[in-house]
Every structure is written in C-alpha cells, then in structure tokens.
Write a protein that binds this ligand. Structure first.
Ligand code: NAD
Length: 345
C-alpha cells in the first residue's frame, strides 16, 4: 500500500497512521489542506475490507472537506479520520479515548467531528483527552438536522433551476436512499413542503416510520436510483453514481447528503451529458460543518438565526454553480471544484 501514489492522493499535507496497543485501535487521519484554517472533518468508524480501502476513504473524504469548507465560506481546511472497525461490535469508551489521544497529538491541526459510526457520546469520550473535538454534548451536538435543512435548500434550488418550480416543492417526487440521521430529517422537511416520497433503506424500521409518518412509498434498495422521480437524494453511502448506475438513473436531479456520490469525477460529466442536474455533494451537504463553525468550539454562540441564514446560502451557491455550468457548458462538479480552488489555492 502506497500513500504518495494512491489514486486518491492529492498533495495531502499529512497522513497519520495511528495504533493503540491496549485497545487495538487502528486509525488513519488525513489532512488535505490547511490554507484557510485548521483541518476540520468527521471521524468515521467503518469495517473496511483492508487498510488500502480505509486510506482511500480518508484521502478522498479529507480532500472533500477542503472543498466543502471553502465553498461554504468557512475559515477551515480539510481533514478526515477513519477508524477501522465495526462500530456496533468494536467500539468502546477506551477505544474512543485512544482515538482522542491520536487526534491530540496533532495539536489542533485536525479537529474531529461526528461521522458515520460515531455518536455525540463518542465525541464526549474523545473530548476527555483532547480539546480538538467538536460536536460534543457540551458544544454543537448533532449536526444532522442542519445538514438535512441544507440539503432541503439545495433541492429547492435544483428544482427551481431544472424544473422551473419557483413556488416550492408541492408534488415534486423525491426518492431518498438512506433514512438515517440526515435522510429521515430530509424526508420530514420534504413531506412538510408537500413533496411525494419514495424511500429505500436496509433498515426496515426506518422505512416503516417513513411510510407511517410521511405516506412514503418503499422502494427496493437495489432499484432506488432508477426510480422514475424528479429528484434522487442519495443519503447513505458514496459512489452511488458509477459506471453501472449512471445509465439506469430515473431522476432529472441528483441532490442528497452522501459524501463522494460520484464514483469518479467523470461521472459528473456523464450526468451533464444525459441532461441530469447534479448538485455537487460537498456543496449541498455542508450544513453540518456550517453549524459546527457557529458553535462554541470556534468562538461562536450557536445562534440558530445566524446558522440558518448561513445554511440558506447553500441555495444561492448552488444556483450560482448551476448558472455558471450552463454558461460554460461544464459539469456542475467541475464548476464547484473551480470555485472552491479559487478560494483556497
Ligand atoms: P446514518 O448512518 O445515520 O444513515 C445512513 C442510512 O443509510 C442508515 O439508515 C442506513 O441503514 C442506510 N443505508 C446503508 N446502506 C444502505 C443501502 N445500501 N441502501 C439504502 N440505505 C442504506 O448517516 P447520516 O449521518 O444520515 O449520513 C448519511 C450520509 O450523509 C453519509 O454519506 C454521510 O457521510 C453524509 N453526511 C452526513 C452529515 C451529517 O451531518 N450527518 C453531513 C455531511 C454528509
């Protein structure tokens, strides 16, 4: 396994491989770019098939955070950490403290936040041994509702741009893949706005709740990307838009919270060629990091009015990207990258 020649390596400033003998913790922290500030990004726990897969995730996700924070107008760089393991079986308070000590060794160049496999209680445990943790119960807490609101605003922008619906989302059809913390929150907001929902999740309980509470229609997890809807909202894992799925998509718009939705950047161009509007993932899902930036860990007051005003800008940034993509005849993901690079380079 090589770092410098790994396909996802993009001139990252640091990559740290951590190990703790007592707990068996194996974790990688990737810091992509700190031009705009400390590298802030989630800590993910996942049963990666091997170390190379974990490294690739850390490299890709940390790069994404640089772009995300730059386009969200935040004074942050991009970083991400991954813990190799099954959060349901392997996670212990001691493991979290061991992770906290590794984060602490970077002396603030990286600040850890919550991601898949982690909870606010886990961040609290890490915070016992390092101050370079955010999203604890004492600070901003769970960012998912803010991410959900940002995605909702992004869907509004995409629907206005692509379908010309400027009045809202009444009767707009949305297929949501993944009804977790963000997906379920998004489903509620969409339902309240009058959208009609199709939902897929490997967790049957979440589906039952969405059917009962929102009148959602369940779809098979293998077919949801092909649902004949206005918007496909990937809110589970990455690489949903790939060589196989790109030709099977049924929606006119791709707009959801999942990180790294495109298996490869070229799939963004394929979406554009097929007339499908793609809301770049790191722009539409920036709500969580925006909320974190307004929290006490970064000298803020966690004022909801200010946070929601900031979240509303996701709508405007996306409209700017869509318009620039139209003018330049470029894919939206390339335009977003360009705009972010203009800010952090
Ligand atoms: P989560 O773990 O709470 O939810 C994920 C959901 O996806 C779960 O309900 C899970 O059962 C479901 N799922 C897993 N595999 C699936 C499959 N093959 N088909 C359908 N459903 C499947 O995670 P979350 O916090 O809601 O985050 C969702 C996505 O959004 C992730 O990609 C995450 O990185 C991204 N994201 C989250 C935030 C946030 O604030 N939580 C911020 C930015 C980006």
């Amino acid at each position: 396994m090589s770092v410098y020649t790994a396909p996802a390596f993009d001139e990252h400033e640091n990559v740290l491989f951590g190990f703790d003998r007592e707990t068996g913790l194996r974790a990688i922290i990737a810091i992509h770019n700190t031009s705009l500030g400390p590298a802030v990004g989630g800590c993910r726990m996942w049963p990666y098939a091997d170390e190379a897969a974990a490294l690739e995730d850390a490299l890709r996700l940390s790069r994404g955070m640089t772009y995300k924070s730059a386009l969200a107008g935040l004074p942050f760089g991009g970083g991400k950490s991954v813990i190799i393991g099954d959060a349901r079986k392997d996670k212990t308070p001691a493991l979290m403290r061991a992770m906290g000590r590794i984060v602490d060794s970077l002396a603030g160049r990286y600040v850890a936040a919550e991601d898949i496999g982690m909870t606010v209680a886990d961040m609290d445990e890490m915070a016992k041994v390092t101050k370079h943790v955010t999203g604890t119960s004492a600070s901003s807490g769970n960012p998912s509702p803010y991410t959900g609101y940002g995605v909702f605003q992004g869907i509004r922008a995409a629907v206005a741009h692509k379908l010309g619906h400027n009045d809202g989302l009444a009767d707009v059809q949305v297929a949501i893949q993944g009804l977790g913390s963000v997906g379920f929150d998004l489903a509620r907001r969409l339902h309240e706005a009058g959208a009609r929902l199709q939902v897929a999740d490997i967790n049957g309980e979440a589906i039952t709740r969405a059917v009962d509470e929102f009148g959602a229609v369940p779809v098979d997890t293998h077919d949801v990307h092909g649902a004949d809807v206005d918007v496909f909202a990937p809110c589970a894992l990455g690489a949903v838009i790939n060589d196989q799925s790109v030709g099977e998509l049924g929606a006119k718009i791709i707009a959801g919270s999942a990180n790294n939705q495109l298996a490869d950047d070229r799939h963004g161009a394929e979406l554009a060629a097929r007339g499908i509007l793609n809301a770049p993932d790191y722009v539409i899902n920036a709500g969580g990091i925006i909320e974190i930036a307004h929290g006490t860990d970064f000298g803020g007051t966690h004022d909801d009015t200010a946070i929601f005003e900031h979240l509303d800008r996701i709508h405007d940034t996306l409209l700017e990207i869509f318009e620039r993509a139209d003018t330049e005849g470029a894919a939206t993901n390339f335009v977003a990258d360009q705009m972010a690079e203009e800010r952090f380079s």
